[in-house]
Design a protein around this ligand. Structure first.
Ligand SMILES: C[S@@+](CC[C@H](N)C(=O)[O-])C[C@H]1O[C@@H](n2cnc3c(N)ncnc32)[C@H](O)[C@@H]1O
Length: 243
């Protein structure tokens, strides 16, 4: 095995898995996403070749993975969160499989779990929400999400990559039948010291969160109120709500 697709976790460097960290510490080549913590990149051996994917197109990354893999080097492709959750890890795995290069996948703590949790929002909660629909704010060709199916799901809705398009997304959800008073939270920089959470009605959340920074996750549904109550309780007891 030469190429390892590894999840780095959602931001806090402490949230990589033990196996992921071991692979980073033993690699010859590290190709990492821009969102990956610098502390984790610094864990690569001093003589490892370290490449940030920032200015590389997806095709170029696939080619590098195949080329270094074929050369028999230990390659770690370190990706934000989990490699297979909106991370194009599936495409990289396909490119490697088609090229006949062996690979492994080491899951990561995805922001779908970690970011709401770090704002104390339980995305499922007995008697409040028994399902979660996760969606990208934009399709592969830039198309709008299927608002009707998101609203039909009735449980919690979690939107990735949605902060910049929140005015359009919120209007789309309400037009598809979501009650305009449905609570929503936007969690920016989840699990990091600069984490910020803004909460309000879905029809006002875009305005309220206009100054937040990316990356941000949008959580919609009644679990948001459970989160707000937990944060209040944590603050009242002087327990830090976020690390
Ligand atoms: C390209 S996707 C990658 C998701 C990643 N593979 C995962 O499993 O979390 C990037 C999006 O994930 C969300 N995200 C990732 N890290 C985040 C964080 N620390 N705080 C809030 N949202 C985050 C944001 O919606 C961001 O636009």
């Amino acid at each position: 095995v030469t190429v390892h697709l590894v999840g780095a976790g959602p931001g806090d460097p402490g949230l990589i898995t033990a196996r992921g960290l071991e692979l980073v510490r033993g690699c010859d080549v590290l190709i990492h996403d821009a969102l990956v913590s610098p502390e984790l990149v610094a864990e690569a051996p001093d003589d490892a070749l370290v490449i940030s994917r920032e200015r590389l197109r997806q095709e170029a990354i696939d080619e590098l993975l195949v080329a270094y893999g074929r050369a028999g080097l230990d390659v770690v492709r370190l990706k934000g969160g989990d490699p297979f959750v909106f991370g194009r890890g599936g495409e990289e795995a396909q490119a490697l499989a088609e090229a006949g290069v062996s690979f492994t996948v080491t899951p990561g703590v995805s922001s779908i779990a970690a970011v709401p949790a770090s704002a104390l929002i339980p995305i499922t909660h007995r008697g409040v929400s028994d399902r979660v629909t996760i969606a990208s704010a934009r399709g592969a060709d830039g198309e709008e999400p299927d608002y009707a199916s998101l609203v039909d799901g009735r449980g919690t809705i979690v939107l990735f990559m949605g902060l910049e398009r929140l005015p359009v997304l919120a209007k789309g959800l309400v037009a598809a039948g979501l009650d305009p008073s449905t609570p929503a939270s936007v969690v920016s920089n989840g699990t990091l010291p600069e984490q910020e959470t803004v909460t309000g009605r879905i029809d006002e959340i875009a305005e309220l969160s206009a100054d937040l920074a990316t990356p941000a996750l949008v959580v919609v549904g009644d679990v948001v109120e459970v989160g707000a109550r937990l944060r209040d309780a944590a603050m009242a007891r002087e327990v830090p709500a976020v690390p």
